[in-house]
Design a protein around this ligand. Sequence first.
Ligand code: SF4
Ligand code: MSK
Length: 623
Amino acid sequence: MANKPATESTDPATTKMLLEARRAGLETAWDRFNKQQPQCGFGQLGICCRNCNMGPCRIDPFGEGPEKGVCGATADIIVARNLLRMIAAGAAAHADHARDAVIVFKEASEGRARSYQIKDDTKLKALAAEYNIPSRGERGGAADLANALLSDFGRQQGSVTFTRRAPEKRQKIWERLGIIPRGIDREIVECMHRTNMGVDNDPLHILLQGLRTGLADGWGASMIATDVQDMLFGTPSPKRSEANLGVLREDEVNIIVHGHEPILSEMIVEAASDPEMIRLAEKLGAKGINVAGICCTGNEVLMRHGIPAAGNFLQQELAVITGAVEAMVVDVQCVMPSLGGLAACYHTKFISTSPKAEFPGAIRMEFSEDRAAEIAREIVRTAVENYRNRDMSRVVIPREKSECMVGFSVEAILNALGGSPQPLIDAVVNGSIKGIAAVVGCNNPKVQHDHGHINLVRELIRNSILVVTTGCNAIACAKAGLLRPDAAREAGDGLRGVCESLGIPPVLHMGSCVDISRILVVAAAIANRLGVDISDLPVAGAAPEWMSEKAVSIGAYVVASGVYTVLGTVPPVLGSPVVTKILTKDIGDAVGATFAVEPDPSKAARLIIEHIEGKRKALGLKV
Ligand code: SF4
Ligand code: MSK
């Protein structure tokens, strides 16, 4: 049965483009999702295993068939192992992203990657001090810092350096549980080892390694990626931009940057403003060159340069279907392999740039740090020259776009507060702001596009809970107008007053998925000021529409950091009552925070509000 597009997204631009896709007979993720129904029940419950070739094995959830795999693994063991592999994969994605950023930083600091400079010297000095590196030489110890950062990946003993940024009480908890990550890569490798047939077979023991690996991501990989990218490209500061497919321009060359890494997209942004490229575009009949972003590459250039966001995860195919995209330039992560086939139905050049990521139907224009600016210019030129191939009769750009204010790095938040977190803490203490919720994560066709994101965020701000956001939630909020200072009108009186006095939105855009590490830094700073642990704070996390393995790793480190987290789509764990109980209850005794699953955004908001009220009461604050 055909879908009714109106039920698939709350975003009118998306709904229009879905109608256009169907009119043109083109398939999208929603259609493929429908064709997958019913999805495998064993997979949904997490009770299938193919970790060795005696399998694949599956457990009968109704107790009428097999209760154990060939090796004797129970549902509890299988579910826990599968979850650990998801965490490892998610952490690996962030780790590899971070490593690549550090390698570019190293090359730049040694004077080889000439397209890159160190843009944030203050951060360089602060990080060098954190790693005990004397600030010397022309580049202030940058090369030594790069080597020190790299050593956090392969460290075999000790602890990942940035775990020391956590409040002492939190570090003590990790120490007691034996989950302080040693090296980032080491923890990921250990997950793969432990989940081999016949290694780790205790669900709790397996899941503790999951927390340790998550911490290696959050307080390691993601934090390193964020800080290194800030050093190279500048620490974000508030700026205005726009979001949604309506940012594409009918009379300009449209280039979309999509994926996760800012390393090449920064160069593309620069190349697109080159007068020679603009002249070429004009010669070919375009009025200019318009760069727009999707997913987290989009977030990176949005918060540093105000480059508009064309959409979030589920809009990537729709962007091509506008018929107005000259080049879709991708790096890594969250890029649908369907894009090549779709681009072939239009004039769009689908350009893959990462040496790690090959896609069917893509043109390869591989990135290398020593030729970054040159490659970016080649890509922009390819896009510009492709403008003449655009069939104007097929161009359908929805009008919807919304203004947004973005770029709230920790430094920018402190600036807005006058240099100290104290005004924010005072607002939390006196109850103007009831608490802080980090709402993050993907889209997923299992739920109505953006519905969970927007409705949860609206309900939270209505209850005077300040929302900090990253990833595809940030783009959903931008499209819905929630990242504008005047969105404070939708907030409860207390939050509204704070936002209006500071001129900030009630939902603060803190960046891309790796920038959830910025949220950890804010939480740690507040906890330290109050002399408590993160788990004592009136804060919570939510991922209403998550789909990526990276989100599982993020969930692991957010909860392990002491933050109660509500998921909107169900993780594949329900086949094991033991694992489900550990995640939703027992883990609370260990780390002071648990997971909850609640697909309904109003009910999810209620859970978060109750949690925040509970924490306020425990701190002796007015509810
Ligand atoms: Fe089956 Fe055990 Fe092999 Fe998994 S590890 S496939 S449960 S025999
Ligand atoms: S891009 S990981 S769909 S948030 Fe970071 Fe969006 Fe999720 Fe990718």
